[in-house]
Design a protein around this ligand. Structure first.
Ligand SMILES: *Cc1c(COP(=O)(O)O)cnc(C)c1O
Length: 396
């Protein structure tokens, strides 16, 4: 192999994308089937997708929706949460997790994370509980489970609803159990970048049948059970409005994608694991980089591969590191800027830098490397070589 260390050519000829979707012919055929069938919105395929999802996640029920954001919001409403209530969650998440608490009229209370897995620290949840606390939203960052036993025990002690934000965590396991069947509510995202995608979409899984019926009504204008069936042949026109509901239902066109995405998920998780293993082999033993690890008591679904760089030992900062990777034609991302540092939450909730020091320190040093099913071993090796080169060329 020629030594390209000093050449100006990028390592790759084409830009390596960060997270393109993996859509197969089955998905395309199924969407076309929906389009030709005359039934394009919520209907039989959505029902099929819901059954498959409940079976996969190990829950009694699944309710397919147009987003995880809608799912989190509906779970808060179904738990009776509103003005005057507090909901505890992590600063290390996407803004939607916190926004839905505000949409419900409640107050978000953030609790800092653990260094080892970027996940909310149960000890800090316990410290943040007040008499107003009604729920906790743990987020399984990158696809590694939160400590659900500890969180469940705190929730039980203080009578809190647990609503899991499992946007990263379809296929994640905790102590032998799939995420989706553990807490009262779990919410998945099927946004374009997630491990299972319906382009946009989400779902709630729950073992609480009564609440599931209520959630179903709330997700579709407040109509009583299976209102969509009224448009099917022989369906009756009558319906009741049992609550002033929202509009969060999934379309069959989306479910057509989800059915096949879910069917391929286990095979795709093996591909994801192999890529994570290749990164581990290629990047271990470099003191300036900390790699994400497998949990001892569960299965990581490797939605993301977040690495931590020790910039104190380098001559460059994170922005420059990302720029140098892009010069090699490699896309990366940052997960996340902690929510409390965005302007809205600073101005309206009074947060400031320093409030959640662990989240801030992790965030300052984090770069997410590409990890998706269509990534080839050579692509992974390009990323590994580029990261190594940038570190070794810029040591202090
Ligand atoms: C993607 C994501 C969401 C929002 O999902 P949508 O389906 O886009 O609403 C919420 N929380 C986390 C952690 C996410 O990554």
């Amino acid at each position: 192999m020629p030594d390209d260390r000093y050449s100006n050519r990028p390592r790759r000829e084409n830009l390596l994308a960060f997270s393109p979707p993996d859509i197969g012919q089955e998905e395309i055929d199924e969407v076309v089937d929906s389009l030709r069938s005359g039934w394009i919105t919520t209907g039989p395929k959505t029902a099929r997708f819901e059954r498959a999802l409940a079976e996969y996640a190990g829950s009694e029920q699944a309710l397919a929706l147009n987003s995880a954001t809608a799912g989190l919001f509906l779970c808060l409403k179904a738990s009776g949460i509103g003005p005057g209530d507090e909901v505890i969650t992590t600063p290390y998440t996407f803004a939607a997790t916190v926004n839905v608490i505000l949409h419900a009229g409640a107050t978000p209370v953030l609790a800092d994370v653990r260094r080892e897995d970027f996940n909310i620290d149960p000890v800090r949840i316990d410290q943040a509980v007040t008499e107003r606390t009604k729920a906790v939203i743990p987020v399984h960052f990158a696809g590694r489970s939160c400590d659900m036993d500890a969180i469940g025990a705190i929730a039980k002690k203080h009578d809190l609803a647990v609503i899991e934000d499992a946007a990263h965590a379809i296929g994640t396991e905790y102590k032998g159990r799939r995420i989706g069947g553990i807490s009262r509510f779990t919410v998945f995202s099927f946004h374009a970048v997630k491990n299972v995608t319906t382009a946009e979409g989400g779902a709630i899984t729950t073992n609480d049948g009564e609440t599931a019926d209520r959630l179903r009504a709330m997700a579709l204008h407040g109509m009583d059970k299976d209102a969509w069936k009224r448009f099917s042949p022989g369906g009756r026109w009558q319906y009741d409005i049992v609550t002033p509901g929202y509009k969060s239902n999934m379309m069959d066109i989306q479910a057509a994608l989800g059915i096949h995405q879910l069917r391929r998920l286990e095979a795709n998780l093996v591909k994801r694991r192999n890529i994570a293993d290749r990164y581990h082999k290629g990047l271990s033993g470099i003191p300036q980089i900390t790699l994400p690890r497998d949990p001892e008591d569960g299965r990581h679904c490797w939605h993301l591969f977040p690495v931590l760089i020790d910039f104190a030992k380098l001559k460059i900062d994170r922005d420059r590191f990302i720029e140098l990777l892009l010069q090699e034609n490699i896309s990366t991302n940052v997960h996340y800027l902690p929510v409390h540092l965005f302007s809205y939450y600073r101005q309206h909730l009074g947060y400031k830098p320093g409030d959640f020091p662990i989240a801030e320190d992790l965030s300052d040093r984090e770069i997410t490397l590409p990890l998706y099913t269509r990534l080839l071993p050579d692509d992974v090796d390009d990323v590994i070589a580029a990261v190594r080169r940038i570190i070794f060329d810029n040591l202090k």
